[in-house]
Design a protein around this ligand. Structure first.
Ligand SMILES: *Cc1c(COP(=O)(O)O)cnc(C)c1O
Length: 468
């Protein structure tokens, strides 16, 4: 066995052989070298365990195909594209919203060239980075002023820090939400230096609950959109109009964390219970914050709109600098917002909206095409069927809504649904699927028509990997 080790090729010869392989030349040499060393470690282990017993198996020509495959996998960037077969449109783990074509182009333009990011082209002086989106945000939402930070968590924090630090903020017990990733309203409140004053009960809060809690210490009245759950049954929530009236009577700002922040009225699509930003502004909220990459369908951002006096104070808060929005994000956000100047255009251009509002007919036809390419590729190895199913909006929006869809169910010979799903995480590109009642499902809602062939590629890879 020990003599076998000596038959391993030298690292240098393996390196030069590998560098002559297609699409290996562009990889950084130190990275390839590291991968060659890792590969040889595996070979040594195979010699030790007796898997390799013949010197011929260790010849460079014999090893090269495996080495190249190993290096190709090992050299992939860590951040990768995946195929979303789950039907969850705003899938937080898979990157939430996809950008529209115009937003993607705007990002490329912004990061490949110098720009007027913080430069006023009318004066030649320093400008404000918020100027690129402030007017359009006001035009669309009807608010007096607007600004943006990195994400909605930051937006909530800076709203509270600016308007209520050291003072009490009155919130209904029914709205003390935790969303994923350990964002909890009470914790954010504490960190901002504001003091949470809970009122009412989990299921019912009345106007007099808020009113009784108002005192010298009160800094604001706050509403939080109960994003990822609904309180149903014997419930009572105080309306924004009622809170507005209270705010006026006691001269207190009414602030709202809207979570998703839809600009498009999805009620028309039968999706109820999620107010648009325009409605919340019109009903008199003083400051409203929402995400850029949930239902709005833009880049990750926290958007704050409302009365000028409050927005100006938030802009001047030094903490703002620590949550400053990046130029690529600004470019993507402006482009996304421009689509909303015409709502029909938004629905056609913004992928998140397009996927949420896809018609049952269109989904059925896409499912049929998906089933067809899979059948063609896997042949007798799989049984491919279609049936009615449900998709989700995700991102904490419309939690109780199931969006009707047609799913493609797949049963592969000798491979369980769980095994198949696992094998698909290692394909190129990886495919994330759904399992329901031990059945492997793909939802066409979150797969673009141009991706159906890639889904078949991934399935073919996964099936052959699982079979071997
Ligand atoms: C999603 C959400 C947030 C956090 O927004 P991010 O953009 O993820 O930071 C805050 N509040 C509510 C109610 C939410 O739904």
């Amino acid at each position: 066995m020990s003599t076998l080790f000596r038959h391993l090729p030298s690292v240098d010869s393996a390196l030069s052989a590998l560098e002559s392989v297609k699409d290996m030349q562009s990889l950084p040499r130190p990275l390839i070298k590291q991968l060659v060393n890792e590969f040889f470690d595996i070979c040594r282990e195979e010699i030790r365990s007796g898997v390799v017993a013949e010197p011929d198996e260790l010849k460079l020509e014999a090893l090269l195909p495996r080495l190249a495959a190993f290096a190709r996998v090992g050299a992939r960037p860590h951040f990768r594209r995946v195929l979303n077969g789950t039907g969850v449109v705003i899938h937080t783990n898979l990157g939430r919203s996809l950008l529209s074509k115009s937003a993607i182009e705007a990002v490329a333009e912004a990061c490949g060239h110098y720009s007027n990011c913080e430069f006023d082209l009318s004066t030649g002086q320093r400008g404000s980075r918020y100027s690129h989106v402030e007017k359009i945000l006001c035009d669309i939402t009807g608010a007096e002023a607007a600004m943006v930070v990195n994400n909605n968590a930051a937006a909530v924090f800076i709203m509270l820090e600016t308007l209520a630090r050291g003072r009490e903020v009155i919130v209904s017990r029914g709205q003390l939400v935790e969303i994923g990733g350990s964002f909890r309203i009470p914790d954010v409140m504490t960190k901002s230096g504001a003091v949470l004053r809970e009122v009412g009960a989990t299921n019912r809060t009345h106007v007099h609950d808020y009113e009784n809690a108002i005192g010298d210490e009160t800094g604001a009245l706050m509403r939080v959109h109960t994003s990822n759950f609904r309180v149903v049954g014997f419930t009572k929530e105080v309306s924004l109009a009622e809170m507005r009236a209270l705010g006026d009577r006691y001269n207190l700002p009414v602030i709202e964390d809207l979570g998703s922040g839809s600009l498009y009225a999805l009620e028309g699509e039968g999706l109820l219970g999620e107010p648009t930003v325009q409605q919340v502004v019109a009903q008199g909220a003083d400051v409203v914050s929402f995400s850029g990459d949930k239902v709005l369908g833009g880049p990750q951002a926290g958007i704050i709109v409302g009365r000028r006096e409050y927005i100006d104070r938030i802009k001047k808060n030094p903490v703002n600098r620590a949550m400053r929005i990046d130029k690529m994000t600004l470019a993507a956000l402006e482009a996304t917002l421009r689509s909303y100047l015409d709502m029909d255009e938004a629905r056609r251009q913004v992928p998140t909206l397009k996927m949420i509002t896809a018609s049952e007919e269109a989904l059925k036809s896409k499912a049929r095409r998906l089933a067809e390419v899979i059948r063609k590729r896997l042949g007798k190895k799989a049984r491919v069927t279609m049936r009615k199913g449900m998709s989700r909006v995700g991102g904490g929006a419309f939690p109780e809504y199931d969006l009707p869809t047609t799913v493609v169910a797949l049963a592969v010979k000798n491979i369980s649904a769980g095994e198949l799903r696992e094998a698909l995480l290692k394909t190129d590109p990886p495919l994330v699927a759904r399992i329901e009642d031990e059945e492997f499902l793909l939802d066409p809602r979150t797969l673009d028509s141009t991706e159906l062939k890639l889904v078949a590629d991934a399935l073919e890879q996964a099936v052959s990997a699982s079979a071997s």
